[in-house]
Design a binder for this molecule. Structure first.
Ligand code: 3H9
Length: 706
């Protein structure tokens, strides 16, 4: 006989005169419909049963409650709603205590705020992170939190989405009591008994008085509103949060709840909510590559890094920061000293900004050794090669690694585009070779492309994912091709940007359009930051294999020929007077562009920012589709995560493939076909895009396939 699901996920047990209500909905006790039903039934039972004097709510497992069940958003709502559940708890005629441990986030904290008393374990993480999902607290959080801790602290919690620890929450008055033991049940029962013994009354947060100083609270709201308007860069929900807190100040509690509901539903309906929730699940899905299932990773404690340049040093810092040991190899003492100096510079920068202590630096450097002999890599569990991008140089390094590394050591290359199958085939242990493509600066950028060559063994790939976890990176599995996922797609939309520049748009207009879309920087600013010489070297490398029929824009070459490589040389597309980091437009660049247009016989035309983004995104999406079609990326979501974490794609749009779904694939394909009339070679629709449009499907339909 099937049991009522709500009694499975919300267990009840009478402990003396206390009704213990245990939320048991793994993995994180999210408030799905069965949990909501179970909580309401438990409170109804407590009110009805004369033997019950108080209610104690706890979560089983590692958390109290992680919030509303995010998977239910966007589906038809099922009663009871979470606001109704919170109101039911608050209305209980007997004292309700929430004993919180682990995560009490979003709706989880709102449940606790609806209880009459709160106890927190020392490991607690309290927060209202809805803003990170394009939402706002929608179960009374915007009304109860400011009444309990004042508008300023409430807005801080809701607008930052940050997690708050037990001490801070206690000092603010968000929780009443701190737990003493590691046993939340024992602490909760003891606290509830104490409340009963002292005849503690039912005390409702709706009646709390932290907003009573109206003038001070209004001033806080106004200050935050002005700042939020500037900082939230096109995000929808932050200003809704401010509006809801203002209602808490100005309106009755019930009217405030009504306004909160209205604003919450507006957020729920927004494309930003859909994009941000897609990003939330996608960044968890990428961890589930096929090789990570049922495969035990190899142990990693000691990491070798070959090469002490910018990339090698950044990788070394990332590894040291994770608490692992590093042996760095360079070809001579001078190069080694430069590598070491690089690491010092990173750490000294952090110390200057107050983000690291000198003790922490010393502790990290105590795990670092440098050597000019490959033999020093004998104890390494994994070696990451980060030397010059040249096949012969890389193969020579791998020959040395083959000679000195212990059996079972993972041999990784940080190449950005070279064929890793060729590198693997050149040594006696191809099954140990994997690509680890870090992004610069490697100690900061979150993305790590894990490039999987044909012969690699599954446990090596699993080890790469395990290393990513230790380094707090977001790993994305990629297949072998020129540029893997990210740089291959980048090459396509950069070309679209260059075409627009030659056809009449200025690099400054293109950068502005891209920033208006939500990127922190436009492509020409990025080029100036990375160094124009990098792209120049790539173009020279590819010159021999370039399709002679393909359009080639020479503007960047003209700029590089002058030695203008961007920020580091004081000028690139922009001028950087006296080491400035923000560039100003350069009339000489516009003259170079004009001359190139004339040379190519192009009469410049004007572009709207809207057309710029249509072309830029169509090129990105089309190449993204090719990358999925050719199995370089496992799913569209892998492309999305690559762009969110490696290329500054605006998170609220979910990633390029999610954005394509939002636009509608028929529209994207129609754009590509229209652009193809001018340049059919460049604008070839991806077969996957065509197929999906013919089937009436979208990219998201492929995200579940692995
Ligand atoms: C809200 O509450 C709105 C209300 O104000 C109003 C409503 C009316 N739902 O992260 P992990 C899954 S909005 C469904 O790997 P950790 C997650 O996908 C919500 N599923 O573990 C993963 O699944 P899988 C506000 C969820 O230990 C598994 O649980 N709350 C939810 O590293 C393990 O997750 C938040 O924004 C959820 N709410 O971190 C909190 N949460 O195994 C969001 C997680 O299939 N959650 N899952 O891949 C978190 O921040 C972290 O999950 C947490 C645990 C810190 C709790």
């Amino acid at each position: 006989m099937s049991q009522d699901p709500s009694t499975e996920v919300v267990a009840r047990e009478l402990r003396g005169n206390i009704l213990l209500v245990m939320i048991n909905n793994p993995p994180v006790n999210a408030l799905g419909v069965a949990v909501r039903c179970g909580i309401v039934a438990a409170i109804d039972a407590a009110d009805a049963d004369p033997a019950v004097q108080a209610v104690l709510i706890i979560g089983t497992g590692r958390n109290f409650i992680a919030g509303a069940d995010i998977r239910e958003f966007g589906k038809p709502p099922l009663p009871p709603s979470l606001p109704d559940v919170c109101n039911r708890i608050e209305a209980c005629s007997k004292p309700v205590v929430a004993a919180i441990h682990g995560a009490a986030l979003g709706g989880g904290l709102e449940i606790a705020l609806a209880a009459h008393y709160r106890l927190a374990a020392t490991d607690v993480k309290l927060g209202l992170p809805e803003v990170q999902l394009g939402l706002m607290p929608g179960a009374g959080g915007t009304q109860r939190t400011p009444r309990l801790i004042g508008a300023k602290a409430a807005l801080d919690l809701m607008l930052s989405g940050r997690h708050m620890g037990a001490e801070e929450a206690h000092a603010l008055g968000l929780v009443d009591r701190l737990g003493h033991s590691n046993d939340i049940l024992a602490d909760g029962l003891a606290y509830t008994q104490e409340l009963l013994a002292t005849h503690a009354p039912v005390r409702r947060t709706r009646d709390a008085q932290a907003l009573s100083d109206r003038q001070a609270n209004r001033a806080s709201i106004e200050a935050v509103r002005a700042e939020t308007g500037k900082k939230s860069r096109g995000l929808f929900s932050p200003l809704k949060i401010v509006e809801a807190v203002e209602a808490a100040l100005d309106k009755s509690f019930d009217e405030g709840l009504r306004i909160e509901r209205e604003l919450f539903l507006q957020c729920l309906d927004s494309a930003q909510r859909a994009g941000l929730i897609h990003a939330f699940f996608a960044e968890r899905e990428v961890l589930k590559a096929p090789e990570t299932r049922n495969t035990k990773p190899r142990a990693i404690a000691h990491v070798g890094v070959v090469g002490g340049g910018t990339m090698g040093a950044g990788i070394a810092v990332a590894v040291l920061d994770a608490g692992l040991s590093v042996t760095m190899i360079e070809r001579d003492e001078a190069a080694l000293a430069r590598g070491h100096a690089h690491i010092e510079k990173v750490y000294n920068g952090l110390i200057a900004k107050g983000r690291m202590t000198t003790d922490a630096k010393a502790a990290n450097l105590a795990r670092f050794v440098g050597s000019t002999s490959y033999d020093a890599l004998a104890p390494a569990d994994i070696v990451i090669e980060a030397v010059f991008e040249d096949m012969a140089v890389k193969q020579a390094v791998f020959a040395e690694l083959d000679r000195v590394c212990k059996p079972g050591a993972v041999l990784a290359t940080n190449t950005s585009y070279l064929d890793i199958d060729v590198i693997a085939a050149s040594i006696s242990r191809p099954a140990d070779v994997v690509g680890l493509h870090f992004f610069s600066p490697a100690n900061i950028m979150k993305l790590l492309e894990i490039v999987v060559p044909a012969k690699v063994s599954a446990d090596v790939v699993a080890t790469a994912f395990e290393l990513a976890k230790k380094l707090h990176k977001v790993p994305v599995r990629a297949g072998v091709c020129d540029g893997f996922i990210g740089n291959r797609i980048l090459a396509a939309y950069r070309m679209a940007a260059d075409y627009m520049m030659e056809d009449g748009a200025s690099p400054y207009q293109i950068d502005q359009a891209v920033r208006d879309f939500g990127y922190p920087m436009g492509p020409f600013q990025v080029s100036d930051l990375a160094g124009g010489d990098i792209g120049w070297a790539t173009r020279k490398r590819k010159a021999a294999t370039r399709d002679p029929r393909a359009r080639y824009v020479q503007i960047a070459d003209r700029i590089c020929e002058r030695g203008w490589f961007g920020q580091k040389t004081g000028r690139g597309y922009y001028l950087y007077p006296e080491g400035a980091r923000t560039g100003t437009p350069d009339p000489e660049i516009e003259a170079i562009i004009d001359a190139e247009r004339a040379r190519a016989g192009i009469t410049p035309r004007s572009f709207t920012n809207e057309e710029i983004m249509r072309r830029y995104m169509a090129a990105m999406i089309n190449e993204g589709a090719n990358v999925v079609h050719q199995r370089i990326a496992l799913r569209p979501l892998d492309v999305d995560v690559t762009f969110l974490y490696g290329y500054g794609f605006p998170r609220h749009r979910g990633g390029p493939m999610k954005y394509a779904d939002t636009l509608g694939l028929p529209k994207v394909l129609a754009d590509i076909r229209e652009f193809a009339k001018e340049d059919p070679l460049f604008w070839q629709p991806s077969p996957l895009l065509v197929e999906l449009v013919e089937r009436g499907a979208n990219f998201d339909s492929l995200n579940k396939s692995e």
